[in-house]
Ligand binder design. Structure first.
Ligand SMILES: Nc1ncnc2c1ncn2[C@@H]1O[C@H](COP(=O)(O)OP(=O)(O)OP(=O)(O)O)[C@@H](O)[C@H]1O
Ligand SMILES: [Mg+2]
Length: 306
């Protein structure tokens, strides 16, 4: 595999505030790296340094074999960028904006193809100002893809998208990687990272607090499972249900939640008890840790979320 991005000991300060505090990582060609982290973690700063939009203080950065700090037009021709807040000129029509920005690239996708990719065909001849927030964000996404780049930086690309549009944009991004493109994205949507990312980097307070595939991150956290159900009114004493459980039980009204590291045994006991006393457990569910809860734990442990 070829390395698309190599970062070592990158730091960036604003005044005397260290926004990025000595981080190192790499991204392989064809990979999707998702950078997660709370507001102010340094995600955009990192991505902007890689794009050549921000000057770093120190560290070594190589993007497509080039130092983005000295990257020229040929370098910019090979990368696509969706900034966190792009701010295109809203007086132009959608089509005009796409045509205008296309001139910056030597190789470019056709405007109609782009409009179809981000599902804005019907808005092509309307002014950008008249589009909804999510529709304007789709223009930003189109602008990131316009030069058919080898490497695409997406800084919170789907913020403001409705759920269906977000899912369709995932397909779009997956298609890019199946064509061998490399993607670096930031997101606050854990399901987005789970769905798209080959690897995840969790930043907090300008440092990397965790790194790995979504599966590796889930496995590294404590592997508790949550069992939930609603308990109907029963005559039988609840001690028969609760005492043998190995997990931690919490309850409000009739809703019971059990967090356990022995889900198989606890679930067997719960269902056996319910059958025995002849009741149906409403809304019974069993959920293993998802990336979101692992992420929240990682960030809380880093102490950098406040
Ligand atoms: N131009 C700037 N001047 C001064 N401080 C800045 C500047 N840009 C960012 N910062 C600070 O650097 C830190 C990191 O900002 P950054 O935009 O990289 O965070 P982020 O992880 O992208 O957050 P978000 O999730 O809110 O987009 C923040 O504390 C921010 O206030
Ligand atoms: Mg940001």
């Amino acid at each position: 595999m070829t390395t698309a991005i190599e970062v070592s000991n990158l730091t960036k300060t604003y005044g005397d505030f260290r926004a990025v505090d000595g981080i190192s990582f790499s991204v392989e060609e064809g990979e999707v790296l998702a950078i997660l982290g709370p507001n102010g973690a340094g995600k955009s700063t990192t991505v902007e340094v890689l794009e050549g939009h921000r000057v770093r203080d120190s560290g070594r950065v190589e993007v497509l074999g080039v130092d983005p700090g000295t990257g020229d037009r040929r370098f910019r021709d090979r990368i696509g960028i969706v900034l966190q807040s792009a701010g295109v000129d809203t007086e132009f029509t959608v089509r005009e904006v796409l045509e205008l920005y296309g001139f910056a690239y030597s190789r470019r996708r056709g405007v109609d193809e782009l409009l179809a990719l981000v599902e804005l065909e019907e808005k092509a001849d309307e002014r950008v100002a008249s589009l909804s927030g999510g529709q304007q964000r789709r223009i930003d996404l189109a602008l990131g893809l316009i030069g058919d780049p080898e490497l695409i930086f997406l800084d919170e690309p789907t913020t403001g998208f409705d759920p269906a549009a977000r899912r369709r944009s995932w397909d779009l991004i997956s298609n890019l990687t199946s064509l061998g493109r490399t993607v670096v994205l930031t997101t606050h949507y854990l399901d987005e990272a789970e769905h798209l990312a080959d690897r995840v980097l969790v930043l907090a307070g300008g440092r990397i607090v965790a790194e790995g595939t979504p599966a590796e991150l889930r496995a590294s956290a404590d592997a508790s499972t949550t069992i939930r159900f609603d308990l109907p009114t029963v005559d039988a004493p609840l001690s028969g249900l609760l005492d043998p459980l190995s997990g931690t039980v919490t309850g409000r009204d009739r809703a019971v939640e059990i967090v356990t590291s022995a889900p198989t045994a606890d679930l067997a006991h719960i269902t056996a008890w319910a059958i025995d006393v002849g009741i149906e457990l409403g809304g019974l569910s069993v959920a293993s840790r998802d990336l979101e809860s692992v992420y929240l734990q990682l960030v809380a442990e880093s102490g950098a979320d406040s």
